[in-house]
Design a protein around this ligand. Structure first.
Ligand SMILES: [Zn+2]
Length: 248
């Protein structure tokens, strides 16, 4: 059940920023602009999708993984892989946590993006819980003798699907179009076909919806497009005179 999928796991390199998501195309909808922006700043970014979305009514696991690798190029990711855990029935087991902790030790991200902890889809909040607990386990020296411990410094919760006030918003105005191209790489999900329905809207519908959400969050910080995040810690400010986002 927990088969390692590919060569990507063989020659793994470290990343600065790692997003962990339940399904292929989750990061493209929630934090892809931020991933692109960080890659543009020179950071090594990575995405680990826990399932291949094999319970979806369109496409197969193989197709969606292939599409996610194409999307990875638009997102300028240094690394992306898929654990092929069971879609729609993710479980927070010791095996799952240990597998993920082992990967985090090898990837050594300073910052990890997890899905927000409350969600409609059970896979999303389970991915959050498994991700958090794996980050903690990864820091235990005696977890595994062959890899050094590594505990991520910062955990960000991607809150776009959740109707909560973000702790901060990242300006993705310049990355928005590229993020859209990444999402549309999932042609099995967003291809315009005769079966377009409420569940599988047309290109235009998807673009309008994503643009509206990104505009909403951008508006909170006075820019065109934004992506929201929640952190559990207080935010530190060095210079209160130079702070961004107009008050009046
Ligand atoms: Zn999802």
């Amino acid at each position: 059940m927990f088969e390692d999928s590919s060569a990507a796991l063989e020659n793994i390199q470290t990343v600065d920023l790692l997003a962990i998501a339940a399904h292929p195309d989750d990061v493209e909808q929630t934090c892809g602009g931020t991933l692109i922006r960080m890659a543009e700043m020179g950071y090594r970014t990575g995405v680990l999708d826990l399932t291949a979305g094999d319970m979806g009514s369109r496409g197969t696991a193989e197709i969606r993984i292939r599409e996610s690798q194409e999307a990875a190029k638009h997102l300028q990711l240094a690394w992306r892989d898929n654990l092929r855990w069971p879609d729609a029935r993710l479980e927070n087991t010791i095996t799952a946590r240990m597998t993920l902790a082992g990967l985090i030790r090898r990837l050594q991200p300073r910052t990890v993006i997890l899905p927000y902890w409350s969600a409609r889809h059970p896979d999303h909040y389970r991915a959050c819980e498994i991700g958090y607990e794996a980050c903690f386990l990864a820091g235990l020296r005696r977890l595994d003798e062959t890899t050094p411990p590594h505990r991520p410094f910062k955990i960000l919760y991607s809150s776009l699907y959740a109707n909560v006030t973000p702790s901060f918003v990242v300006d993705i105005s310049r990355q928005f179009e590229r993020r859209m191209r990444a999402l549309l790489s999932y042609r099995s999900q967003y291809g315009d076909s005769g079966t377009a329905s409420e569940l599988f809207p047309s290109h235009q519908e998807v673009e309008e919806r994503l643009a509206a959400v990104a505009r909403f969050y951008g508006n909170l910080i006075g820019v065109k497009y934004g992506e929201p995040f929640v952190v559990k810690e207080a935010m530190q400010v060095e210079d209160v005179v130079a702070m961004n986002v107009r008050s009046m």
